[in-house]
Design a binder for this molecule. Structure first.
Ligand SMILES: [Zn+2]
Length: 336
């Protein structure tokens, strides 16, 4: 079975000097044809599908802001909108739904929604953190609406997936794990271990110190992702993949290399193969260096298709912190 992808570059969703820009995908775009995956066309999400996660007033409010005030800044991150942003965001969310449908109906083994604007900071009632609609959360709800009983989202963007956590805070059918940089002043400031005490083993936060890299993430995958997936027993796994945890990303200070991203993608694909017949949908979140985005996306395709290899050698030059006590604290909190 094949790997499919949607590509929603949203060239008109752009703001002067903003890191979340169409150029993020410029190195990746010409390479897409070289990967052993098939492009499928994203259909825009309907307003009803957006409302799986978001309050209807957010949709109508965005519609008004895009029509009357764009281009402009709508929150402190800063998140911006242009005249086309509502349509772009509908197509980005729709790109995830299109991928999810392809995996659920057996057309594809797995899928990668390469979309922008990104989504994982957007909360049910607000756009936030460069994100308009929460694309991955809408995809997860779509899967539940389609009849699945349990789906799970693993988020290893550099930032906490606060919006996805908010969307599923009281939703027993969706599990959520976020591994992210956590320190005073680092955006968005949420995602500590004990933040969702009523949802142990279902909402898992893995806050990491600066410079955590391939070795730490491998431990996190083997010792936290694995028991989490095993205990939740998902029928489909979503991955919020952000390439801003790369050590050279301009807006973060983590330590993954391209080899680390490939290791992570292979591990989550293996977990999907073990637990849910390989059903996995990757969804692009952040990543602000276009070369890292291209290399990281290639790693996702290598893992998804089982074909090709990465010839990128970009090891993290910084020493990694010791995260043993942190990992043990997380395992203890959840009883894994
Ligand atoms: Zn991020």
């Amino acid at each position: 079975m094949k790997t499919v992808y949607t590509f929603v570059p949203s060239p008109n969703h752009v703001y002067p000097d903003h890191p979340e820009r169409p150029g993020r995908l410029d190195v990746l775009q010409p390479k897409l044809k070289t990967f052993e995956a098939e492009r499928i066309e994203a259909k825009p999400a309907t307003r009803e599908q957006i409302a799986y996660v978001h309050h209807p007033e957010l949709i109508s409010g965005l519609e008004r802001v895009c029509r009357e005030q764009a281009p402009g800044i709508i929150d402190y991150a800063p998140t911006y909108v242009t005249k086309s942003s509502l349509e772009d965001a509908l197509l980005a969310a729709g790109g995830v739904i299109t991928c999810t449908r392809a995996v659920l109906n057996g057309e594809a083994a797995n899928a990668f929604a390469i979309v922008r604007p990104p989504g994982h900071h957007a909360e049910p009632d607000r756009a936030m953190g460069f994100c308009i609609f929460n694309n991955v959360a809408i995809g997860a709800r779509y899967a539940i609406e389609s009849g699945l009983e349990r789906v799970l989202v693993i988020d290893y963007d550099a930032h906490h997936g606060n919006g996805t956590q908010a969307a599923f805070r009281v939703d027993e059918q969706v599990g959520f794990l976020s591994a992210h940089q956590y320190q005073p002043g680092f955006y968005p400031g949420t995602g500590w271990i004990d933040e969702v005490p009523h949802a142990k083993k279902r909402v898992v936060n893995v806050p990491l110190p600066a410079y955590a890299g391939d070795r730490v993430y491998e431990q996190v995958a083997d010792r936290i992702f694995t028991p989490f997936v095993r205990s939740f027993r998902p029928q489909l796994i979503f991955v919020s993949v952000g390439f801003d945890a790369h050590w050279s990303d301009p807006i973060t200070t983590l330590g993954l290399s391209t080899a680390g991203y490939l290791m992570l993608a292979k591990k989550v694909v293996a977990l999907a193969e073990e637990h849910c017949e390989g059903k996995i949908v990757f969804v692009l979140e952040g990543g602000y260096d276009p070369v890292n985005v291209a290399n990281g996306a290639h790693a996702v395709f290598i893992a998804g298709t089982g074909k090709g290899e990465s010839d990128v050698n970009d090891p993290n030059p910084n020493a990694e912190p010791d995260c043993e006590s942190r990992i043990e604290e997380i395992l203890r909190w959840h009883g894994f």
